[in-house]
Design a protein around this ligand. Sequence first.
Ligand SMILES: NC(=O)c1ccc[n+]([C@@H]2O[C@H](COP(=O)([O-])OP(=O)(O)OC[C@H]3O[C@@H](n4cnc5c(N)ncnc54)[C@H](O)[C@@H]3O)[C@@H](O)[C@H]2O)c1
Ligand SMILES: [Zn+2]
Ligand SMILES: [Zn+2]
Length: 337
Amino acid sequence: MEKPKPTIKHERDAIVKVTLASICSSDLHIKHGSVLKAVEGITVGHEMVGIVEEVGSAVTHVKPGDRVTVNVETFCGECFFCKKGFVNNCTDKNGGWALGCRIDGGQAEYVRVPFADRGLNKIPDTVTDRRALLVGDVLATGYWAAKISEITEEDTVLIIGAGPTGICTLLCAMLKNPKRIIVCEKDESRIKFVNEHYPHVLTVTPAECLAFVRANSDHGGADVALEVAGAGTDEVGGMNTFELAWQCARPNAIVTVVALYEKPQTLPLPDMYGKNLTFKTGGVDGCDCETTLDLIAQGKLNTEPLITHTYPLSRIAEAYDLFENKRDGVIKVAVEC
Ligand SMILES: NC(=O)c1ccc[n+]([C@@H]2O[C@H](COP(=O)([O-])OP(=O)(O)OC[C@H]3O[C@@H](n4cnc5c(N)ncnc54)[C@H](O)[C@@H]3O)[C@@H](O)[C@H]2O)c1
Ligand SMILES: [Zn+2]
Ligand SMILES: [Zn+2]
């Protein structure tokens, strides 16, 4: 579909020439109509890297020619929530997840980025576009999830779901050096991926998960459980991963719910009485991209193996088809724009 090249609308905007974009499961949610805030006819895409083409008069942090990552969230940096780092709840009308949802996104040749000083981060020279591609969205989510989960070196950490977001969560949990990490995944090819790339991580299927976690943790369950699968009560014949997460957690554990569900989930308080769990939930506060880019430059984070397929923009429909139907062991698709 042809749209005119975007132009600067505000002094804090930048126009970025997209070089590489990716497809996210949230793009599929928009396609299926389950993202209520999404504007009809919007250009989707909120995970990309590119080159700054033009900046508004108030932009000082980046300049034309800079190679940058684009953050999934736009945020003003000045409101109550932004100042606390809770950028997902930025109170500006363009704040939060706007790109590729409420304003045109990056599965295109050019994208207009509001609050460019906040949402764009310069990619270090030693980091390739492919290594930086996931910084703005799924890696930001994994980093945020590991951060709020208060992981310590004594912990057994359970991650349910080894999709792109689950694996990014795994990579960021690994930065905290916990004693053990267990990944629960139902898809055989994704279990294989984890075993091949991160051999010290224990893997288990959902049916065996509860017994396995109890047998492989020091205090009767996971010290931290992260739910990144999103198979809720609506999943026909499957296991409810929200329930699995809190059941696998030991008393006084932290349960972090990264997953988004299409339907409400049940929190059966009588059943968990006395377990004294702490639940953390939410949309990613994606404001640590500079840190994750540094970690990539230092070789401490590497998401490139997750990019299993690459397509030109002209064949994006095929890329969607592959990604949506999880064919050919796909984890992430890069789209050359
Ligand atoms: N909180 C946020 O800001 C945020 C950001 C990004 C993604 N998400 C959410 O995180 C979740 C994961 O995203 P993704 O992109 O990795 O999607 P995905 O669908 O690729 O990953 C989900 C994984 O969970 C696995 N799974 C399904 N049922 C399971 C079960 N019963 N037991 C174990 N594994 C099971 C699937 O096989 C798949 O590998 C989604 O719900 C997504 O919407 C949230
Ligand atoms: Zn996304
Ligand atoms: Zn704000």
